[in-house]
Write a protein that binds this ligand. Structure first.
Ligand SMILES: Nc1ncnc2c1ncn2[C@@H]1O[C@H](COP(=O)(O)OP(=O)(O)O)[C@@H](O)[C@H]1O
Ligand SMILES: [Mg+2]
Length: 394
């Protein structure tokens, strides 16, 4: 009997122990599950906050980049896309009384004369607020129709790019036709490439390439960012003006048309542009396209490479015309060496860069207009060749 009871009690204890263990096991499983869920929850919370922060940081970066871009833009944008007011939007232009410009230029005194071109004389002037200006006084104003002059001014006021010379205002009365531009302290590119005082040009390769790129962006704007496109017609080194930091702007993009009327039955020279820069098809047929400007641009590139003017009949036979002389040298590395401007310090340029620019120049001046590149292509090819170093002066 006792043995049976003892056996039953042992069975019951065993059962209780099993149940207790089972309950404990279930409880610890539950605790483990809860803990696991808790950890998962915490982890997901952490990841969420992290990704939100990252998104915030990213958008802050984008905003900062945009702000930087805007700041650079105000300083001076170097991309072709960041260009000025859209076509058709008029920018403020001042109508000056003749007297004000007379005072500003010291009575158009000789001491203030800074140049003379096919339009007329250019004078340096200072406005009442201290702003420096360049005043272009048209020769024989009577020969130009007032309406045409106004039309051109109207065109100029609609174009705005950091790579185009800004028209500040004009004066148009019965006797005078005057254009007032921002003053460019370093004058025309030709002044720096061919110093009148003699001696070698101090323009080094790096600076030449930056000027080439900025001028290309000016033409690109006229050809591809304006509707209808504007053809410069008189692109040349003296129409690339340089500010005090040697940044380049294209000038006279409205004047070619100004002088295009026929005088005494003869076509004025302005229609034909400037000797040495005119595309062959335009010279022979008068057919004008943006590719005529591309040709002229190619001539300027050759000037920058060689340091030679487009036409110089004082040179030995075969060397008088820059394009015909340079063209056979452009395709071969060994020959290019012989045409590089000797006034550039040799260690300051890479031959492979010169070879590349020579190839671009060769494409621009080829006789078949259709095969010349677009200015946008030229800009794209030049961008990698321009080093982004702090501005230097000469
Ligand atoms: N905005 C300007 N700022 C400084 N110099 C200028 C400006 N415009 C013209 N010049 C100077 O006057 C010269 C004559 O200019 P221009 O009448 O346009 O004739 P061209 O372009 O045929 O030389 C230029 O070569 C340049 O040296
Ligand atoms: Mg000019």
């Amino acid at each position: 009997m006792d043995g049976g009871n003892e056996e039953r009690r042992e069975e019951t204890v065993g059962l209780v122990v099993i149940v207790v263990f089972a309950v404990l096991a279930v409880c610890s499983l539950l605790v483990a599950c809860c803990y696991y869920c808790y950890i998962r929850f915490k982890l997901s919370q952490h990841l969420k906050t992290k990704s939100l922060n990252a998104a915030d940081e990213e958008s802050a970066d984008v905003v900062a980049a945009a702000a930087d871009e805007r700041e650079n833009e105000t300083k001076r944008p170097h991309t072709a896309t960041a260009m000025g007011a859209p076509t058709g939007e008029k920018v403020g232009v001042v109508v000056f009384p003749f007297k004000q410009l007379h005072i500003a230029t010291g009575g158009f005194g000789k001491g203030n004369a800074i140049g003379h071109g096919s339009f007329g004389s250019v004078y340096k002037g200072v406005l009442g607020d201290g702003r420096k200006i360049a005043v272009k006084l048209m020769d024989h104003a009577g020969k130009q129709g007032e309406e045409e002059f106004k039309m051109e001014v109207d065109l100029l006021t609609r174009l705005r790019s950091p790579y185009l010379l800004q028209l500040i205002g004009y004066c148009s009365d019965s006797d005078n036709k005057i254009l007032v531009y921002e003053f460019m302290a370093n004058g025309g590119l030709q002044d720096l490439l061919y110093p009148t005082a003699g001696g070698a040009s101090k323009l080094e390769w790096e600076m030449r390439m930056r000027i080439a790129l900025e001028a290309a962006k000016g033409l690109e704007y006229l050809h591809e960012h304006v509707t209808p496109p504007v053809i410069h017609r008189d692109f040349k080194s003296s129409n690339i003006l340089l500010d005090r930091n040697l940044h380049a702007k294209v000038s006279d993009f409205g004047l070619a048309k100004l002088g295009s009327d026929k005088i005494g039955g003869h076509v004025s020279t302005r229609v034909l542009g400037t000797q040495g820069y005119v595309a062959p098809e335009y010279a022979s047929t008068g057919h004008l396209t943006t590719k005529s400007d591309v040709y002229s641009y190619g001539v300027v590139l050759l000037e920058l490479i060689t340091g030679r003017v487009p036409v110089d009949m004082k040179r030995p036979a075969g060397e008088g015309l820059l394009v015909s002389w340079a063209l056979p040298h452009l395709a071969e590395r060994e020959k290019i060496v012989h045409i590089i401007d000797p006034s550039m310090e040799q260690g300051k340029y890479k031959l492979k860069d010169v070879v590349q620019v020579a190839a671009i120049a060769a494409m621009c001046v080829q006789p078949e207009a259709d095969y010349r590149p677009l200015m946008a292509d030229v800009v794209q090819s030049l961008v990698p060749l321009v080093m982004h170093k702090p501005r230097s002066s000469i």
